[in-house]
Unconditional design. Sequence first.
Length: 773
Amino acid sequence: MPAEDRLIALSSAPPVFAVVEAERIVADLYGLTASAEALAGERDGNFHVRTRQGQDFVLKILGGDRTEGPECQVRVLRHLEIQDPTLPVPRVFTTLQGTDLGLVTQEGNSYSTCLIAYMPGRMLADMAPSLALLRDVGATLARVDRALRGFFHPALARRIAWDVRELPALTRHLPCIGNRDLRRLVATVAADFGERLRAVAALRAQALHGDGHGGNVAVQATGDRVAGILDFGDMIHGPLALELAVAMAEAPTRGLEPAVALSAVLAGYMQVQSLEADEIELLYDLIMARHAVTLAIHAWRLQHDAGAAILHEAALHAEASLDWMQSRGRASLTQHWHGIAGTRAEAPLPVTLERRHRLLGANAELFYEQPLHFVRGSGVYLFDPEDRAYLDVYNNVPHVGHCHPAVVRAIAGQAARLATHSRYLHGAILEYAEALTARCPPQLNTCIFVNSGSEANDVAWRLAQFATGRRGAVIMADAYHGITNAVAALTPASGDRGESLEPWVVALDPPTAQDYEETMSEADIAAVTAAAGCAVSTLDARGLGAAAFFLDTGLTSSGIYDAPPSWAKALSTELRSAGCLLVADEVQYGLGRSGSHFWGFERRGLMPDIVTLGKPIGNGYPMGAVIANRALVEAFQAKFGFFSTFGGNAVAARAGLAVLDVIDREALLANAGSTGKYFRERLQAVASEHAGFGRVRGTGLLLGLEVRGADAAAAKSRTKQIINVVKNRSRILIGYEGPNGSILKLRPPLPFQPAHADLVAAAIGEAAALIGD
Ligand code: PMP
C-alpha cells in the first residue's frame, strides 16, 4: 500500500452506532441512565448524553486508529487537568471499573470509549466572531500549548493527513480537484511548501492540539470568550507555530477584514506565549499549506469517501482564503505579523549599487549585469527579498546545502557556549582533526587550522619551502590558489590573465587527455613527463629549485578537466623524483564533489605530501585547513611558532564536524556520483541539440559545458548571455570558467537532485535557442 494511503484521516469513516446502543453503553460502562443524541464527528462516533438528573456528557466511541490513539486522547486531558486546571477543555469521567477508557464490541470489532464533560455553547464555526473572541481563541490555544509542553505519547508520531507536513504526500491526489485553476494553485502551494519543509523541521516542536478550527471551539453565551477547546483526536508532535497557523487559517472572518481577523488570533496567542522570528517567517507557508491540505482531503473524499460533506464549508473557506492570502502576498503579511509578534524579519538592506561602489569600491566583484540580492538560503535554493527562489548551481561553499539546519545548530550551539582561540585545551578541535585525518592516508596525520583556502595554501607554500629549502613553485596554467601575496603569484586565473608569472613560478599546460577512462599513449605520457622535467630544470636554472607542485585536483579554473590517473602519475613521478612536494588543493574538489572519492587526489591517483582545504569544509563558516605529516608540522612550528587566532576555534571545529556528519548521513558523495552522472547525460543531450555547444567536461557535481563561438570573444560573450538568460528566465544560477571564460560552470551544493538537473538542462537549452547558435 503506498505510504500516503496509510495516512490517518484521509478517509473519515466514524464507527456507526445507533442512539440506543450509545444509551446502553453509557448504562453498562458508566452506570448512567441517560438519553443520547448523535453529534457530528469526522472519525469518532460522538453522542451528547443527558442523564435524568440533567447532567450532560459526551460519549466518544473512538474510531480511526485503534491502537494508541484513544489512550493518548484521555492521557492528554488528564495531563491538561493537572497542568492548568482552569483551562476550558473537557474533563474525563471514569468507567464503573475506574478506568479512563472503556471497551465495546460491534460485529467482532472492538472500540475504545471515553466519557467526557459536555461543553455547552455555540460553535465558533457558526458565528460572525468579534475581534475579542478571536483574540481569546488565540490566547486559549496558547494556554493549551503551554500546558502541553511536557506531554508526550507515542501516538503523536502517527502520520495523519491533516498534518501539513504530509502535504507533499497528498499531492498524488491533486487530480481529484476538478477546478483546473484551483488544482494548479494547490499544486503551487504544495511545491512551495516542499521547499520549506526543511526550515519547518528546524522549528521548535512539541505536542499540539493541531486542529483549532471553528468546529472544535465552543463559545460562551456572551459571545466574546472561549467556552471550550474540543477534540484532541488529531494531536501530533509538530512545530509549535502550526497550532497558531491552523487557528489563523480556520478563523471565521464573516463581517471582518481577513487581515484584521487573523491578526487578532495572533495577538491573542502572543499575550500568552511568545513566538520566534523563524516561526513568524514560516507562518504564511503553514497557513497556505493548511488550506491546500483541506482542499486536497476534501477533493479526495468527494471521490472516495462518504465523509466529504463535513468539509464542504471548510473547503470553500480554504479556497477563498488562499486567494486572499495570495493577493496580499507573503512579504506584506509576514511583515505585518512580525510587527504584532515583536519579532524582526531579517530586513533586506536597501542595497544600491551606488552605495556599494562608494563603500566597497566600484571594482568589487559582482555577478550578473543586473546584480542579485539574496536574503536567505535553504538547500539548493537562494531567496531574494520578494522570496523568489533561485536554484543555486554555482556555489560550492554551502556544500551540504544552504543553511543546513544541522550545521547551523552546531555553529549556534557552540557559539552560545564558548568561542575562543585554540591555545587552550578543547575537545572539538581534536575531534575534528581526528575526523579529517581518519579520512586521509596514514602519513597525512596532522592538521594546521586557518580561516580560508588562501591561508591554507599560503601555509602549505611555507611548509614546502621549509621542508625542501627551495623557492620555486610549479602550478597548472590558469590555476587559482588564493589571494595572499605568496599564493596570488600561484593564481594566474585572477586579474589580468595575460600577465606574466613571477620568476619563481612555472605553469604546466592543461592535460590533453580529458576522459578519465582514456588510456594515454606512451608518447602522450612521455610529453607530460618531459613538461614536468622541463619545469623542474627551469626552476633549477633560475637557482630556485622546485619546492612544490600545487594542483587543484578538480582543475577547475584551468578548464574543468577530469584527466586520467595516468596523467597525474606521469606528472607526480617526475616531480617527486626531483624532490618537489605535491600539494593537493582540495578547496574545490574535496569532500566528495567528484562523486567517486572523498578526496580529489584519490580520484587522480595521487599521494600528496600536503593537502589544503577551504570553502566547503565549514558550509559557509569561514575555515581552512592544512593536513601534512607530523614530523614536518612539528619542525615548522618549532621554527616559526605558528598560530592562527581564529583557525580551529571551537565554533569552526563544530561546523566542520557537522559538515562531515551530514555528508555521511545524507550519503552526499553517492548523490554527487549518481546525480552528477545524470546531469552530465542531460547536458550532453542539450549539447547534441545545439551547434553552439561543445563537450561536457568534468565529473560528479563539478561539470563544465563548452560554449562555442566564431572566435574566442564571441564564445565568451555567448557564455555570458546564456548565464544571464538562464538567471532572468528560469531563476537558475550558473557561472563560467576556463581561460577564455567560455565554459558554463555547474557546481551546485551536493544535495542537488536529478529533478534540478532537468530544470538546468532545459533552461540552458531554452537560452541557447533564444540566443541562437
Ligand atoms: N584554491 C582553490 C582551488 C580555490 O578555488 C580557491 C577559491 N576559489 C582558493 C584556493 C582560495 O580560497 P579562499 O577564497 O577561501 O581564500
